[in-house]
Each structure stands twice: as structure tokens, then as C-alpha cells.
Design a protein around this ligand. Sequence first.
Ligand code: FAD
Length: 495
Amino acid sequence: MNVVLSNAGADHAVMIAGAGPTGLMLAGELALAGVDVAIVEQRVNRDLVGPRARGLHARTIEVFDQRGIADRFLAQGQVAQVAGFAWVRLDISDFPTRHRYGLALLQHQIERILGEWVGEFDVPIYRGRAVSDIAQDETGVDAILVDGHRLRAEYLIGCDGGRSVVRKASRIDFPGWDPTTSSLIAEVEMTEEPEWGIRRDAHGVHSISRSENGGPVQVLVCEPRCDRVGEPTLHDLSAALTAVYGSDYGVHSPASISRFTDAARQAAAYRKGRVLLAGDAAHIHPPIGGQGLQIGVQDAVNLGWKLAQVVKGISPPTLLDTYHSERHPIAALVLRNTMAQLVLLRVDDRVTALRDCVADLLSLDEARQCFAGMMSGLDIRYDLGEGHPLLGRRMPDLDIITADGARRVFTLLHRARPLLLNFGEANRIDITPWADRVEMIDVECDGPWRLPVIGAVAAPDAVLIRPDGYVAWAGEGKRDGLADALTTWFGSGAA
Ligand SMILES: Cc1cc2nc3c(=O)[nH]c(=O)nc-3n(C[C@H](O)[C@H](O)[C@H](O)COP(=O)(O)OP(=O)(O)OC[C@H]3O[C@@H](n4cnc5c(N)ncnc54)[C@H](O)[C@@H]3O)c2cc1C
């Protein structure tokens, strides 16, 4: 979109830096809630440098299903059992979800589908413009662009990736672990026949393959040193191949070369005043297990409705602190599991023995379910206190009967509005003070109420579901705590 920016700034309620998967998802969520949102993106088009995410895990597919767009992804990708831990495959085909699988789909395709969805809301995307600094005051934030222009918004969200300028300019600490390994991933041509397949040796794990459709040669190779900075070159790739394979196989004509390390870091705070961070801007970790894009998209879905309510004056800004308290522990666990997985993949006879022991443990059903729940994102529980097992967990996509006929729960979440589902006698719950923002629906349901990893749970007679699909309150015969939950999550009833 071509927009003329003046030095006075183009005002929006929310400005997002970065149109990667996280920024796009957040823009869609805010636009769905009717918030004036815009994205500023340094890339002039959707092209990505180098291969990145290769698919979606089950919870991310569910999240898209909650917005009615899962079919767009499913139509483009390949359904498969993709969850795993340290290369031990974890089958989720017995999990109680409609999406008992992952989806093989490349990140550029995921971004294209998300971009088309966001385009349906006419969200302005200021392309070819990079944020270089920010200035925050009591009423808003200026995103200062490289060309000197300013864009002002009530809130600025840094979805600008692992090297986030927004995070650095906000002086938010990014503690964690420095890299111990560095790898190059490239798409190239070779004049000589390489050693095809996966190789594990003292340097680490490497692979050389050609995609089925006869595209470029895909190379993954460890570098001898992990302190390289800057953009990787063909010379770097040649040197790494020679160090590992004894030859660079006449590598030439790179379509892409990118570098990733096993550095793991997480923002100390996801919010600083009117600036928030999401996705890789808030957390980086090795790609093992394919979790980065997933948790970025899910950060966006956690933040979107909360920010919308704050911008609209429905909720106080303190609601945004629950974004940090809920999502920071999720990424902390991902950092932990990626570090553990990489250790288990080290080429050392003793570590291989340990990995074999872990694989034995993961063949036990309870352990398999537990780890598969973690890697697929289906086990997430936000700490909303004691209560029914559903509290803080994802609402299952049950088949229900409404006054308008048969529905799925996820269908009722398409508009990203809070829902109170009454499974008991009709018209027995009065939420009049919140009726302008919480939709109450009398429904019938035969269950079964089963949660991934947890198993069967008692059927509640009412559930309050947040727009992100997590249960904020579950009733078991009484209305205790309902008014408090409505106020906590959806603002004062007197507003
Ligand atoms: C080799 C590799 C394999 C991976 N495989 C997987 C996988 O299988 N599954 C998985 O879930 N994840 C995987 N990941 C991680 C995944 O790619 C990231 O977690 C994901 O891209 C994060 O999305 P994001 O939107 O937060 O950040 P990004 O995708 O980094 O997007 C940030 C956006 O911000 C823009 N930007 C940056 N700076 C500025 C600025 N100053 N001003 C304006 N715009 C800016 C960038 O151009 C970009 O468009 C992999 C990563 C790598 C490197």
C-alpha cells in the first residue's frame, strides 16, 4: 500500500512494527475487533531470505480454526505427524482435537495466507519502511522511521523479529544464553555430486538434499566457529562445507544463505508502558521442534483482544500485564525444551545413550502424551487460579446445538468475541451489565469433555470463553466467581 507519510505522522490507535507471522496475526486480531491498526514493515514485498518455518503444530491450526481460516492453510499444506522431541516422533493421532496432526507448509506460504486474511480488513501496511527508534510519552508512542518520518500511535507493538529495534530502543533487557553453535542454511547449486542425506559428526548435524520438484540443493551445515556476525556469504558456506565434508562440491549460485545459532534469549518484560513485544522480538531459541512461529502467532492471539479492549476503554491498561504473565512462561518453557533437545542431539556416545533412554521413556504412553502436548501447544494452561480443570485451558471444539442449529464451539469464536456458553436450563444466567460485549448462548452438548494430556473432565454447566479460546471461568452448578471473571477479563459491568 502506498501511503504518503507526513512529518506530523499518520495516527493509528495501534502501530505494529513487522509484517512477519506475528505482526500479521496481531493485525488481523485487532482489525477483527474494530481497532484502527497499521503495520510498518521494512521489506518491500513478502519475499523471505532463506528457508524458515516448515509447518504448523496442532494448536496453531486450532487457533486459525477459531478464526475460520484453518481451511486456507490445510488446503495448501500436507497433514502429517510432525511433533517430536529430539527427533523422537510423537504421534498425536489419539488426541481429542479435530486437528490430530501438524501441517507441512513453508513460512512464505503461511505469511501469504495470513497477509491475504489481513488484506480483507484493509489494514494499511507501510512497506519498505524500517523503524529506527521510538519515543514514548504518556499519551502515545512515535515510531521513528529510517527516513526520519514519524508514525504516532497509542500503542506500538514490536513484532520486528529477533534483532528487534523496538525492543532495543525501549531498553528492554534480553537475557539468556550466548550461542555455542552456528549453522548455515542455504539454497545453492553444486557442480560436483555431494554426499546426500544427513550426516552427524563431531561438528554437529548437517544435511544436503534436493527438493522433490528438482529445485536448488538445500544445505544445512555447521560452521567451525559460532562468533560470526553479519550476513553470511558464499565464502562462509564454502569454508563450512570444506571443514565438514572436505569439499565444497563446487558450490555456486546461492538463491539464499542464512545463519542461525543456538542462542536462546527472552525479553525480561513483554510490556514497557505503551510498547509491547511479541514473537521473535520477545524470544529467540534454536529452531528444533519448530516452535518459534507457533508461539509468535499465539502471542498475537493472546495480546490482540486485550489490547483492543484497552484501546476501546473497556478495560484498564493493567489488563496488558496479563499478556506478560501468561505468555512469558510459555516461551520460557520453549527455550528450556530447545536447549534440552540440542544437548540430546550432540554426537557423543554417552549423549547418544542418554537420548536412547529418553526415547525409551517417550515410548511410554503417559510420557508421550505429556511431551506431545507440550510440543503441539495443546497442553497450554494459563494460571488463572484453582478450579475446574478447564480453567486457563483451551476450550475444546465441541459439537453443540444452539437455537440456530448445530454448531462447533470454534465457529462461535470466529468474530473473536467473548462467549458465555450456558449448557444448563435456558435463560438462567443474567449477564445484563456485560451484554454489550459478552455474547451469551444457550446450548446443548452431549460431550465428551476430554482434554489433551488431561483426559476426561467433568462437564461444566457453563463456561466463559475468552476471544483467544481459553476458558476464563467454568461453572459447576453455582455462579460463584462469574461476575469477578467477567470484570477481570471484560471490564466493569457498570462501564
Ligand atoms: C532455519 C529456521 C527454521 C525455522 N523453522 C521453524 C519451524 O519449523 N517452525 C516454527 O514454528 N518456527 C521455525 N522457525 C522460527 C520462525 O521462523 C520464527 O519464529 C518466526 O518467523 C517469527 O515470526 P515473527 O513475525 O515474530 O518474526 P519475523 O518472522 O522475524 O518477522 C519480523 C518482521 O519484522 C520486519 N522488521 C524487522 N526489523 C524491522 C524494523 N526495524 N522496522 C520494520 N520492520 C522490521 C522483518 O522484515 C520481518 O518481516 C525457524 C527459524 C529458522 C531461522
